[in-house]
Design a binder for this molecule. Structure first.
Ligand SMILES: Nc1ncnc2c1ncn2[C@@H]1O[C@H](COP(=O)(O)OP(=O)(O)O)[C@@H](O)[C@H]1O
Ligand SMILES: [Mg+2]
Length: 254
């Protein structure tokens, strides 16, 4: 482990029956960096993501946050320790405003127990913190909209604002640009670059090589569950194994 390491993945394995979706993968995420995990469809990216955040228990291996082992913990425990991930917004939150969704994620709410209603504490402090997060994600203008009425691109940004609400040590993103238009993707790339500039440590799981090359400092490449390369984008771009992995699956390398 390097002195700068926030997350350390060591000899991680996740098998589904006989399928080695993750096969003895090791890497580090360093403080302040944006690490990309790329690879063709079916390479094991989402499985890696889910194994890190506790959705799956690893078949073998370790995941450390700083020096603390987090593998085997439940997703909410891992989240509380500082690994934030985005979720699809669950149904009740769709009826709340964008601003209230962020205040809730900050812990600025309590459950009344009455018909599943949450009471939101809209203190001056909570509101200004939530507004700052919305501004960071370029959705402050949407603050009073019903979350359920947002476009896909804005919904994704709201999810990230919610993930950042607990000031995590590490932000995990799984294909945040999937399904977005060219313009929405470009704006997303700007937002991620700005998050980086303000010190957020990010692990970005991304199928699209061009997006990963643009925003990531370093890339880990998976193919059939195996790490086939690791390094800065410029080196990965010319790596024969990587090019063959993408071409071999008939995927777009662009
Ligand atoms: N819950 C699961 N049960 C069985 N097989 C799975 C499961 N999740 C993923 N897989 C398999 O594991 C491999 C890796 O999948 P995935 O992690 O989704 O890849 P990626 O995100 O890189 O496209 C694929 O062969 C997929 O079919
Ligand atoms: Mg995936």
């Amino acid at each position: 482990m390097t002195a700068n390491s926030i997350l350390s993945v060591r000899n991680l394995q996740k098998h589904f029956g006989g399928l080695k979706a993750i096969d003895t993968v090791s890497f580090e995420v360093n403080k302040g960096e944006t690490l990309g995990v790329i690879g063709p469809n079916g390479a094991g990216k989402t499985t890696l993501f889910n194994t890190i955040c506790g959705v799956y228990e690893p078949t073998a291996g370790e995941v450390l946050l700083g020096t603390q082992a987090i593998h085997g913990l439940k997703p909410h425990q891992i989240a509380r320790l500082g690994v934030a991930r985005t979720f699809q917004i669950s149904h009740p939150f769709r009826d709340m405003t964008v601003l209230d969704n962020v205040i809730m994620a900050m812990g600025g709410s309590h459950y009344t127990g009455l018909k599943g209603i949450f009471s939101i504490s809209r203190t001056h402090d909570n509101i200004s913190k939530a507004e700052a997060l919305l501004a960071k994600l370029h959705i402050l203008a949407q603050r009073d909209k019903r979350a359920g009425d947002l476009s896909l691109g804005y919904m994704r940004r709201l999810e990230i604002a919610r993930a950042l609400a607990l000031e995590p040590k590490l932000l995990l993103l799984d294909e945040p640009c999937a399904g977005l238009s060219h313009d929405a993707t470009q704006e997303f790339i700007d937002i991620i670059s700005q998050l980086k500039a303000t010190g957020t440590t990010i692990m970005l799981v991304e199928h699209n090589m061009a997006i990963a090359m643009t925003v990531c400092d370093r890339l880990v490449v998976l193919n059939y569950g195996v790490k086939i390369a690791e390094g800065p984008p410029a080196a990965i771009k010319n790596n024969t194994l990587v090019i063959e992995a993408y071409l071999g699956r008939d995927d777009d390398i662009a």
